[in-house]
Design a protein. Structure first.
Lengths: 152, 172
């Protein structure tokens, strides 16, 4: 999957939407905030598995990850989805860090990295490297028909 | 009367009679303003004659008090007087604070407390830098991401403009 989105509202955009596969539609119609959350979960799992840290800190990260199921709005994340998402690979982590380098120091919003990470092309690369992101997304995100109509 | 401070340049520049007029304005024996203060000061300074009427003394006093050099001397002398009477003022306030029956007792205490332990207001100003990254920085990062992806074996389509989908989103 490699998504490039033509400019919205153009005939090319409509044709592009019509030609999307089911997998691609799942990504395209998912709210960008949800895409970002999936990446953060995979990144956190990488940290828990691979980063050296005190045992207490690791336990705290695990707890926070599990708490997400209850915290995310509209029951977006189920325990099954959380279990499905695989940790990021080294390449994905490097990509994540590249994106994060765009955020000014002490910037808590992370707007710049958010925009890059949820960019369809970038997210497509993540999905190619880590298909579990798409698997998890499909568990929760059947695209409603009306939503397709709104975006066309 | 409180000890008069040494003359400043403005007072020193006045004639003796005019300087005496200014000093008389601050005399402890002087009547209040509106009760003939200016006429009394003019008399004390030696203006007029023993037979001068209050009216003519008033004209003289008004002319003197509105003279620019006299005005400047009054301002200068007032600043010196305020410093000189500061100990007296402190004593007066102390008496006021001690006199629990005085009508301004509470106000005096409040004013002193305001000076000794002023109310502090702390404003925390948080500045967050949310400027978007430059186009060059964005392109550099996207190119680096492409490079990492290709190195990991991801087949990328030809370079194209990166666009975000803008449209309504529903979390429901």
């Amino acid at each position: 999957m490699m998504l490039e989105c033509p400019e919205g509202g153009t005939p090319e955009h409509r044709a592009w939407l019509d030609a999307l596969s089911d997998d691609e539609r799942t990504v395209v119609y998912a709210p960008v905030g949800r895409l970002h959350e999936l990446l953060v979960i995979a990144y956190t799992k990488y940290a828990i598995e691979r980063v050296k840290m005190p045992r207490g800190e690791r336990a705290m990260l695990l707890q926070q990850l599990n708490d997400l199921v209850a915290k995310l709005p509209h029951g977006f994340l189920s325990a099954e989805m959380l279990a499905t998402i695989q940790p990021m690979s080294d390449t994905e982590v490097q990509m994540m860090h590249e994106a994060r380098s765009l955020d000014p120091k002490d910037c808590k919003s992370g707007k710049a990295s958010f925009d890059v990470l949820t960019n369809l092309r970038t997210f497509s690369i993540f999905v190619t490297l880590n298909p579990s992101l798409l698997t998890a997304l499909k568990m929760r995100w059947p695209v409603p028909r009306w939503q397709e109509e709104v975006l066309k | 009367m409180t000890e008069i401070p040494a003359w400043g340049p403005k007072m020193a520049a006045l004639s003796d009679k005019r300087r005496a007029f200014v000093i008389a304005l601050y005399s402890g024996d002087a009547p209040a303003k509106g009760d003939g203060l200016l006429i009394w000061a003019a008399q004390q300074a030696g203006y007029g004659t023993p037979t001068s009427s209050n009216k003519s003394l008033g004209v003289i006093a008004n002319r003197i008090v509105h003279d620019e050099s006299v005005q400047q001397a009054i301002a200068e002398f007032s600043r010196g007087m305020v410093r000189a009477i500061a100990p007296e003022a402190v004593r007066a306030v102390r008496e006021l604070v001690r006199d629990t029956r005085h009508k301004d007792h509470g106000r005096a205490i409040g004013q002193i407390l305001d000076r000794v332990a002023p109310i502090e207001t702390i404003n925390h100003v948080k500045i967050e830098d949310n400027r978007p990254p430059s186009r060059e920085a964005m392109e550099r990062v996207l190119a680096r991401i492409n490079e990492l992806a290709m190195r990991a074996g991801v087949v990328l389509p030809p370079e194209a403009d990166y666009k975000l989908i803008e449209g309504p989103h529903d979390d429901a």
